[in-house]
Design a protein around this ligand. Sequence first.
Ligand code: SF4
Ligand code: SF4
Length: 450
Amino acid sequence: MIDFPFTPIADHPLFRADEIRRALFYAPGYVVAVPAENADAFERHLVSDEPPQWAAISELRRHAIQAEKSWHDLLSRPFTPVCLTLYLNNECNLLCRYCYAMPSSRHAPRLRPEVVAAAADTVARNCLEQNRPFTVVFHGGGEPALDQPFAEHILDTVESVARRYGLSLLRYIATNGTMSEQKAAWLAERFDMVGLSCDGPADIQNSQRPRLGGGDTAKAVERTARIIHAAGKTLHVRVTVTRDSAARQPEIADYICAHLRPAEIHVEPVYRVGRGEQDETALRDAEGFTRAFLEARAIARRWGVPWLNSGSRPGEIHGPYCHVMRDVLQLVPGEIATTCLKTTDRAQADAGGYTIGGSDGHGGFTIYAERIAAIRSSLAATPDSCQSCFNRYHCVRACPEYCPVTDNNQRLGSFRCQVHQLLANALIRETATSLPVGGNGIAGAPVRLS
Ligand code: SF4
Ligand code: SF4
């Protein structure tokens, strides 16, 4: 558990942790170190109505107020997506042990190009109004590059909408990378950024992410990475960590940095959703996972590569992964948009109450504002166990394993909660340790992220 834990000190999100020689004061995203002998006076001043005596007090108060405001904005601002995420087809050529999407091995329903065009039109109008680029994300629910001509047609459709509005388009694809050289070259040519899933060295990759019907995938993934680099495109890697691979994270980091050379590595403990619900891959030892994660991060840092986890992001005010809190419109087969990343078709979205928009049947796309408001009101309720947590504004909580939209009494998986706290705490303490100490010994800084 955390040595010298943070405890709340006021109504605003302000927290204090007493170490041996100093106290740390924390507001979301900002940490201040104060010599132990001055800590009580600092706290009295921090929570008083008096004008700030030290710059560090202004910064803490500002971050605390800003966090509450940003959280309120996330839940109340109009839903105007500037990113279109497409779950093209719920089909895949791999049989990953933990897949949350559970794609079909046979032909499954696909997105309809005319519905993609209508949704792209909605996104393009928002981009134009907000003067922002259009981002399109090709995602699985399976492997989005499985049917290359279909993916090509959908990309052409989105490009033509972006062109009509005079918008620049950022094209991102999340892929398993197990494909022919020809297809990898096509993908590298047509997309600006590629997110490649790779769980580590060959023995881990081949056992956690085998081909459907059997067969290794590690060599194909390495080749795809080389092709993406040769085309000069940006490569990110996503690593899913299971019980079997958790302790090997340092080795995984070294392998990926050396062989795949990504710009960033995103590391997620396996979600207990879909096939991942099976107990055999689930992680339980939060301290062991976090220790190995931090060792791996130090190795990746030596390669100049950020080793990141999305469950707790202290540089950002955020809650669950829900799209209604982000600027993302996610389409799934069945002509609808869903708020939930784990839904891959209309039946799942409707059953969970996640459907937030749909084709109007006449070439338009309708956003369901009332449903979005209802989902946001479920997300606004902070579980009792999170109320006094120093990390409450930087945490996805139990999403996507337990969902506050469908379960009012959501259980916070203790593993994820502990990992989020341990990782956020590590970033805060690291920042505090590197603070330059001024004349009065008080120093503060935004929390460093990787
Ligand atoms: S599990 Fe619930 S909170 Fe998480 S993304 Fe899905 S709908 Fe949103
Ligand atoms: S889930 Fe855990 S880490 Fe996240 S806000 Fe709640 S108590 Fe804090």
